[in-house]
Design a protein around this ligand. Structure first.
Ligand SMILES: *[C@@H]1O[C@H](CO)[C@@H](O)[C@H](O)[C@H]1NC(C)=O
Ligand SMILES: *[C@@H]1O[C@H](CO)[C@@H](O)[C@H](O)[C@H]1NC(C)=O
Ligand SMILES: *[C@@H]1O[C@H](CO)[C@@H](O)[C@H](O)[C@H]1NC(C)=O
Ligand SMILES: *[C@@H]1O[C@H](CO)[C@@H](O)[C@H](O)[C@H]1NC(C)=O
Ligand SMILES: *[C@@H]1O[C@H](CO)[C@@H](O)[C@H](O)[C@H]1NC(C)=O
Ligand SMILES: *[C@@H]1O[C@H](CO)[C@@H](O)[C@H](O)[C@H]1NC(C)=O
Ligand SMILES: *[C@@H]1O[C@H](CO)[C@@H](O)[C@H](O)[C@H]1NC(C)=O
Ligand SMILES: *[C@@H]1O[C@H](CO)[C@@H](O)[C@H](O)[C@H]1NC(C)=O
Ligand SMILES: *[C@@H]1O[C@H](CO)[C@@H](O)[C@H](O)[C@H]1NC(C)=O
Length: 484
């Protein structure tokens, strides 16, 4: 994947730019106090790449900046008040003591979602200074690691912050922070889930062993603390964003239901920290039947807010901000940093685009019958195999192909559960998935007939579900029942 090395190259340019624009007053007034001088919201909301583009055309854009010193800052929501408080807590070194990583991550994620807070969060140039401070902290951490060992949660926190700021922690001034993080598996489940989330958020390889441990925690959610279960769900939500692990989507359901049940009559999940994590775990999972009351959880959090906007300290306030925001820890992996990432996820999309261009050349409005093969393999060593060839109109969904195959050969009988996003096939050829034993049915779309001597790589797992997968000329499909 491609990360733009923003910070190092950028800050120098940024400072030149500061002087050109006479932004100096914004700095004086903002240190240690609530800001009352701001860039226009347009400029404040700019992401570094956009800013970089502006810099290259600086001569034409200088007049776009207006300062509005008379605007009174109104903090309407609990999130706005929390953010305003966080800004007041910033030190002269532009850090937040030992919470710099957490606070920067929260400011960054909120900024991307909420245009309304552009006037509260620090302007982009001040964010750059805080990012520099973050780098300084990491360098010190690395430098002193013989005296003071770096704990996995600390390192995970820093790498997540770097990711949220679109820097690659695998290439931190020549250090692979994720490699360091993955080197030791933390014994505590919570630390382990957090470290795995950090690795996944960097799009680093998450080992099967790690996924199994997460699934173990998820499958025995009732025996674990709320914070551990929440972090495990957040980590799994990140992992299933990788299309190679898309089939694990359903593993999130059970722990979410279990977590939802633990909401207390006061709306919280025990304390502010647990509630903030649970809210992030249960974000975007409303459609899987977990019963809990989001409004009540938010009201609980708001009841714990101090009059000045804080939630006790800067670290906890940053956690709550992520919970109140629509995007939390689980969303760092999908941040669009430079618009042309070369991750596998994007390869799939590009592949789709290439195919759609090809099919346009072929003339899409032309209905044609095509023939595809559909193979079943049972077992990691392929102890059973079946193949049928089926002819259907181009564009038929693979789900329809499965129905045709089942009519033609009873081995292809299947059972599927219905989800809002389509069918989830859990049983085929008499074999049912066993999440406890890590046995799953994986669907592959292949360019040639599968051969057990050279089994297909995980990248060839179909990127979409059976309903959205439309057959194309030359496709070969394989459903393989295997142990992960
Ligand atoms: C801002 O800082 C500059 C340079 O340090 C100084 O000359 C100026 O008086 C300061 N302005 C205010 C309002 O403090
Ligand atoms: C400054 O802010 C005030 C209050 O939000 C607004 O009424 C006024 O039009 C703004 N002035 C400029 C120049 O943007
Ligand atoms: C964070 O910093 C505060 C004050 O500087 C200190 O009291 C606290 O122990 C620190 N926490 C950790 C986990 O280092
Ligand atoms: C959720 O909690 C809020 C606040 O306590 C309450 O007003 C609402 O009725 C609850 N909703 C459900 C569906 O229980
Ligand atoms: C596609 O087919 C339609 C009707 O069959 C025809 O009108 C159209 O010109 C064709 N387009 C191309 C690019 O061949
Ligand atoms: C294929 O499906 C697409 C989208 O569902 C549709 O627009 C197109 O007309 C279909 N083409 C054929 C040949 O059925
Ligand atoms: C496709 O095949 C079906 C069944 O063999 C046939 O009824 C249909 O006419 C064919 N359609 C085209 C466009 O060839
Ligand atoms: C699969 O094959 C490997 C190597 O041939 C063998 O060690 C393993 O026991 C086999 N597994 C099963 C379930 O047959
Ligand atoms: C499929 O299984 C049969 C035995 O049922 C075996 O003879 C054949 O070689 C297998 N084919 C493949 C491609 O594995």
């Amino acid at each position: 994947m491609l990360y733009v090395p923003l910070i190092v190259g950028f800050s120098l340019v940024a400072f030149g730019y500061t002087q050109d624009l006479e932004l100096q007053p914004a700095y004086n007034q903002s240190i240690g106090t609530k800001r009352n001088t701001k860039l226009t919201t347009e400029a404040a909301a700019m992401t570094p790449p956009q800013m970089m583009m502006m810099i290259t055309t600086t001569t034409t854009t200088t007049t776009d900046f207006n300062f509005n010193t008379s605007a009174p800052v109104e903090y309407e929501t609990s999130m706005q008040r929390a953010l305003a408080w966080l800004v007041t807590q910033r030190n002269q070194d532009y850090g937040w003591n030992n919470d710099t990583a957490k606070v920067l991550m929260a400011l960054q994620l909120v900024q991307l979602e909420e245009a309304t807070i552009a006037s509260i969060v620090p302007a982009q140039l001040e964010m750059q200074l805080s990012m520099k401070q973050l780098e300084v902290e990491i360098v010190i951490l690395l430098w002193r690691h013989h005296e003071i060992p770096i704990t996995p949660p600390k390192l995970a926190q820093y790498t997540l912050a770097l990711n949220s700021l679109c820097q690659d922690p695998r290439q931190f001034h020549g250090h692979d922070l994720i490699g360091t993080l993955q080197h030791h598996e933390p014994p505590h489940d919570l630390d382990f889930a957090y470290a795995t989330l950090a690795a996944c958020s960097s799009k680093a390889h998450v080992r099967k062993k790690q996924i199994r441990r997460l699934l173990d925690i998820a499958n025995t959610a009732n025996d674990h603390n709320i914070d551990t279960v929440s972090m495990t769900i957040i980590a799994l939500k990140c992992i299933v964003k990788d299309h190679r692990h898309r089939n694990l989507q359903h593993s999130i359901r059970r722990p979410c239901i279990s977590l939802g049940r633990q909401q207390m009559p006061d709306g919280g999940f025990g304390n502010v920290y647990n509630t903030a994590l649970a809210l992030q775990a249960l974000q975007d999972v409303s459609d899987i039947g977990a019963y809990w009351n989001r409004t009540a959880a938010i009201l609980y959090l708001e009841s714990k807010q101090d009059p000045d906007g804080a939630f006790t300290d800067a670290g906890l306030t940053a956690d709550v901000v992520l919970a109140l925001n629509s995007k939390g820890l689980g969303n760092i992996r999908s941040l669009e940093c430079d618009g042309h990432e070369s991750d596998l996820e994007n390869h799939v999309e590009l592949d789709g685009i290439t195919k759609s261009i090809a099919s346009h050349m072929y003339n899409d409005s032309d209905p044609r019958n095509i023939t595809v093969s559909y193979t079943l393999w049972v077992g990691t060593n392929v102890s059973e195999n079946y193949t049928v060839w089926l002819t259907a109109l181009r564009n038929t969904s693979f789900y329809s192909i499965m129905q045709m195959a089942a009519d033609a050969d009873p081995h292809y009988n299947f059972e599927a559960s219905e989800w809002p996003n389509g069918h989830y096939v859990h049983t085929l050829a008499g074999y049912k998935e066993e999440p406890m034993g890590y046995h799953y049915w994986l669907l592959y779309r292949l360019p040639e007939l599968p051969d057990p001597q050279t089994p297909p790589a995980n990248q060839l797992v179909a990127p979409v579900g059976v309903d959205d997968l439309l057959i194309e000329e030359g496709d070969h499909y394989l459903f393989w029942y295997k142990k992960l």
